[in-house]
Design a protein around this ligand. Structure first.
Ligand SMILES: [Zn+2]
Ligand SMILES: [Zn+2]
Length: 364
């Protein structure tokens, strides 16, 4: 089987579209014809070389499409089914998987680092040379072969361009609130960074019954979007001190760092009230370190925690997100940014790096 795919040969070199050889699906795998793929922060880390990944590699892990073929043992989905990709089908046997946290699966993490699928192969080649897979997926292609457990049923009513966002940003941002923080209704929240994931943290906080949501972002268009999605207050970074103090001089109950840089995590912890919780949601560049004041944890009894992929099995979380979308509580349409063809995938990455509002999509 063949597929066209956007290939990163090395960080700093523009993406190139090539026709790749694809292994036929194993009995427990499916072929998905991709319809829409979102560019996620994780893709950008690999693209600019902040994370070391083997190359050549096909990035992309947040997407939606149609099942084209299934292996002999697959019964959960059938050809023609519309699906959202999960990048954490996971092994099902390690401690993290048994605890319902497949995104923290040790064999999956190892596979992501190696640029392969969970089973250790990539199933992709260019002129006989192995091509690796971003986030154990490699969705920036017309066709993707993945484990059947990575193709989650979508239903007929949600457009692919909206559904793509469910595959990573929505699961991550909403889950950060509902599963990692688990706040009591009426809580106050600070959301640092109102990009793709941050806007879903804002929505998660609204859905969880927040009394006040302060979103901070340097980009005005993103602040305006946060207000439409449920933020009660917004500010630019230089106004953060006054804005938090005006909300509550002691700080917020929960602070979410949707950026993940050491500076923003420090801000999240700083503006969390005594006894409150700061949650790291965004992913840092490899190798960076945090500097912490231990007295925040003793004298002020703050909690600093983190979350990956919504801290829940995506197969469990996705149906609930779909319910929220259908009930009009979770907005997707307004979060979709510009869309590019597969041939223009390089432009899509540049637009995403430039911080355009909304999720940048590639529609292969
Ligand atoms: Zn992602
Ligand atoms: Zn596992």
């Amino acid at each position: 089987m063949k597929t066209r795919a956007a290939v990163l040969h090395e960080p700093g070199r523009p993406l190139e579209v090539h026709e790749l050889d694809v292994d036929e699906p194993l009995p427990d795998e499916v072929v998905v014809r991709m319809a829409a793929v979102g560019i996620c922060g994780t893709d950008l880390h690999s693209y600019v070389g902040e994370w070391k990944r083997p190359t050549p590699i096909v990035l992309g892990h947040e997407g939606a499409g149609v099942v084209e073929a299934v292996g002999d043992e697959v019964s959960a989905v059938a050809p023609g089914d519309r699906v959202v990709l999960s990048w954490a089908p996971a092994c099902g046997e390690c401690g993290a998987c048994r605890r319902g946290r497949p995104a923290a699966c040790a064999p999956l993490s190892a596979a992501i680092g190696r640029g392969t699928l969970l089973g250790g192969r990539t199933g992709l080649a260019l002129d006989g040379e192995t091509v690796y897979r971003g986030t154990a997926t490699g969705a920036l292609a017309e066709r993707v072969v993945v484990a059947a457990g990575a193709a989650l049923p979508l239903g007929a009513d949600i457009p692919f361009e909206h559904a793509a966002l469910l595959g990573c940003a929505a699961l991550t941002g909403v889950g950060a609130v509902l599963n990692a923080a688990r706040p009591e209704p009426g809580f106050s929240a600070l959301v640092i960074g109102a990009g793709g994931v941050g806007q879903f943290v804002v929505q998660g906080a609204r859905i969880a019954g927040a009394g006040a949501i302060l979103a901070v972002d340097p980009v005005e268009a993103r602040r305006e979007q946060a207000v439409r999605l449920g933020a009660t207050h917004v500010c630019a970074p230089e106004e953060l001190r006054e804005s938090v103090r005006a909300l509550d001089p002691e700080g917020v109950d929960y602070a979410f760092d949707a950026v993940g840089a050491p500076e923003t995590t420090a801000l999240a912890l700083r503006w969390t009230r005594g006894g409150g919780t700061a949650v790291v949601v965004g992913l840092a560049a490899a190798g960076v370190r945090l500097s912490l004041d231990p007295l925040d944890f003793t004298n002020r009894e703050k909690t600093l925690t983190g979350t990956i992929y919504g801290s829940e099995d995506p197969a469990v979380a996705l149906p609930r997100l779909l319910e929220l979308v259908r009930a009009g509580q979770l907005e997707l349409a307004g979060l979709v940014g510009p869309s590019f063809s597969l041939d223009d995938a390089e432009e899509a990455f540049r637009a995403s790096l430039a911080g355009v509002p909304g999720r940048v999509l590639v529609t292969p």
